[in-house]
Design a protein around this ligand. Structure first.
Ligand code: SF4
Length: 425
């Protein structure tokens, strides 16, 4: 038995509320359980009860055993002065706060047996999704609503990364966006070097050179350390010269080229190809962050993100290595990943920061316009009977699975609460 089970039982009224009597013999009528408080202090704020017909308003404290009141030192704690009812599973000695008697109500014999069975089923399940054998009994509307909330929670969680860059590391929002976008251009293998690269170049420099794709490429390839070698053709050598000039002018520094991973990477994903695509996006969008934030639709974002690299990079995977067929622009699947992992979370972050609900809504609608991710977690949900229809669904499913199911937080989950109260009379 965990205290959080009692919290859920109290919050959702999962017990027989007729003829409730405190240890002190007062009749109890619950008018409102109060607002659940997950922080320090009493478990429920602003509850309302009637004791022997007298209405009281105040806080409710819940414990497994009555004696926990003293074990937690509430008797002298001012935060508990306003407690009107102590709700427990096992009753013990009477409790006081600063000499005031607090009535204690035990609900051990009042919780419906079926609720306990449902709780034990959830807590004891060893399935991949603990409720998976019973989830089909939960109304679709409950699942869909919870999924939407999980999608927003996941966006909020991802937005924390942007917040940390801006608030803790003091990057401008434009620079933070560039760092996150660049990191996602590296996808899994080259994320770290891409982020390092993005931290070396002030985005304001791109605005100064917004009319020259060649100069943007020179800054990116130069700072990436990929021009510090003997280069095989005129285009690359010219870029080397351009970078020498820009490096002196702006005091730029270069990365160690060994940071970039080419091995075990398909040529279409070589960092050289991705840097050329990033340069094209910067060139096409002029002011990167505002272009993305202000894009009118997911379709216009897709158009921006599919910017064609310079003709040189349309025929090569690396300097001096012509290839008959290159990927040129980002593939649709890569654009989907950028929309899901960078654009939507950053829009959501910007919406929170600027108190702009429209941006937050736009972030959600971008996810709704993208195909769902296919991975282990979405496969499990599909096997259980819920196929993701779009990335908003798959993101919500990933969030429930990782944050709730894997930690058995069923009592904090709307689906779990529905199962908990199933078949009780
Ligand atoms: S957290 Fe929710 S969805 Fe996950 S197993 Fe528990 S009840 Fe089911």
């Amino acid at each position: 038995m965990k205290e959080e089970f009692l919290h859920a039982a109290w919050q959702f009224g999962l017990f027989d509320k007729k003829t409730l009597v405190t240890d002190q013999g007062e009749d109890v009528e619950i008018l409102h359980p109060g607002m659940y408080n997950r922080n320090s202090g009493p478990d429920f704020f602003n509850g309302r009860v009637r004791l022997n017909g007298i209405q009281l308003a105040g806080n409710i404290e819940i414990h497994i055993h009555s004696d926990d009141w003293y074990a937690h030192g509430h008797e002298m704690d001012a935060a508990y002065e306003n407690v009107i009812l102590h709700v427990v599973w096992d009753t013990g000695k009477p409790v006081k706060c600063r000499d005031r008697n607090i009535p204690t109500l035990s609900i051990k014999n009042k919780v419906w047996p079926r609720v306990l069975e449902n709780y034990n089923y959830l807590m004891g399940s060893m399935e991949r999704i603990p409720c998976e054998k019973r989830i089909t009994s939960v109304p679709d509307t409950v699942i869909r609503m919870w999924l939407s909330r999980m999608t927003a929670e996941r966006l909020q969680q991802k937005a924390e990364t942007a917040k940390a860059l801006v608030s803790e590391l003091k990057y401008s929002p434009e620079q933070a966006f560039f760092i996150l976008l660049a990191g996602n251009f590296g996808f899994h293998v080259n994320r770290a070097p891409f982020e390092e690269l993005a931290k070396l170049i002030d985005v304001k420099l791109f605005a100064k050179h917004k009319n020259s794709l060649f100069q943007i490429e020179a800054m990116l390839f130069g700072c990436a350390g990929l021009l510090d070698r003997e280069l095989p053709d005129a285009y690359a050598q010219e870029m080397q010269k351009e970078y020498s000039f820009l490096r002196l002018k702006y005091g730029l520094s270069s990365m160690n080229p060994a940071a970039w991973k080419f091995g075990r990477t398909r040529p279409a994903n070589f960092p050289t190809v991705r840097i050329a695509q990033l340069a094209a996006l910067i060139f096409q969008s002029k002011f990167l962050m505002s272009s993305i934030l202000e894009a009118e639709s997911a379709a216009s974002l897709r158009k921006l993100l599919s910017a064609k690299p310079s003709p040189y990079w349309q025929e090569r995977y690396d300097f001096g290595k012509p290839a008959k067929k290159t990927s040129g622009s980002l593939s649709d699947a890569s654009i989907d990943l950028l929309l899901v992992n960078t654009v939507a979370p950053f829009l959501y972050f910007s919406g929170i920061r600027a108190a702009n609900e429209e941006w937050k809504e736009k972030a959600l609608s971008i996810l709704e316009s993208v195909k769902p991710e296919q991975n282990r977690i979405t496969s499990i949900w599909r096997e259980v009977g819920f196929a993701a229809r779009c990335a908003a669904d798959s993101q919500g499913m990933i969030h429930i699975f990782r944050q709730y199911c894997s930690n058995k937080l069923c009592l904090q989950c709307a689906i779990g609460n529905k199962i908990l109260s199933e078949n009780v009379s």
